[in-house]
Design a protein around this ligand. Sequence first.
Ligand code: CUA
Length: 383
Amino acid sequence: MKNRGVFGSVFITSSGTKKVLLLLASLIFGVVATGCFVIDPNANQSTFEALGPVADRQLTIFWWITAAGAVVFVLVEAALIYALFRFRRRNDEESPKQIHGNTRLEITWTIVPAIIVIVLSVLSIKTLFYADPNWSSDVPDNPLTLNAIGHQWWFEFRYPSPNDEGNEIVTANEVYIPVGIPVRINLESVDVIHSFWVPKLAGKVDMVPSNANYMWFQADEPGEFFGQCAEYCGTSHANMKFKVVAVSPPEFDKWLSDQTAPAVESGDPLALEGAGVFKSAGCSGCHSLKTVAKSGSKGRVGPNLAHLASRRHLAAGMMDSSDGAGNVNDAYLQENLRKWLEDPSEIKPGNIMFSQAAVYTDPDKSLTERQISALVAYLTSLK
Ligand code: CUA
């Protein structure tokens, strides 16, 4: 029988410590590399700050599953480490005790996980039903309903017109909702699969062409909530954003009735010139200036621009024109419009306007400096 003596045990210990350290280091690396250590509720798209009932339920189920997983992980790892040390081979001659099976243990580790899975399934299914506007106990029979339509790479929003049934108010990329009221959202897409996600209000639901999907959410407090397409849909998928603006119900009503008003016609000579360019350069072929459309009618190719200058963001959330207090700053808007018109592909690579509009595809038709200035003046007048 060999005796390792003092040096032997030191060797075993130090190699064991090394392995444990290595394991810890790779664990920390994994966590850091995946960004999982950042649980910052203040981040714009953090799901850890739930500000509505749907997001709240979804966050709760996340914590239940994480907690159950953590308990299982700790117990299994503890048993594993115990077994590794307790039953390790202590010298070359000794052979381990031979055993076969342990009925009590096997029944235990089948029943306990089964119970955990059943409990989590029940909680998950309850949450799924709660997030469904047709089943949720918190959604009234005739809720405020909003149609959200995915386009590459922007979001079209349609509200039932408050004035006349059968018509819808069309807007894009910025969606107003009244605080404290459940809003049902019907989801669809005109091209590929997108996914509608407002992390602080509700989890994602896919927008599928020719297949109606729906969800609901409610904002518990006023504020701006970041939304994002959450399904890869082409080159500018990551640039497909939107904003939910939650305001008091009277403010919401005012906003909606403002949206029904036709686009303002400015008397400014440069803006008038821009209105001419808007038609002659072909912009009006894809961008509507009408705020009201027949319910269920097909939208234009590009976002509705009737009240463009009242939106805080341009290019589906990519360019911020707000002054920090939630108002549109005309100087920022003009600067953003200019940048966007000069080279839309710089802001949103692959965008359809850049690849299809004659003013970008045909060098002979490129917008002149004067035309861009006129368009900027015109679009800024569309309050
Ligand atoms: Cu739309 Cu990703």
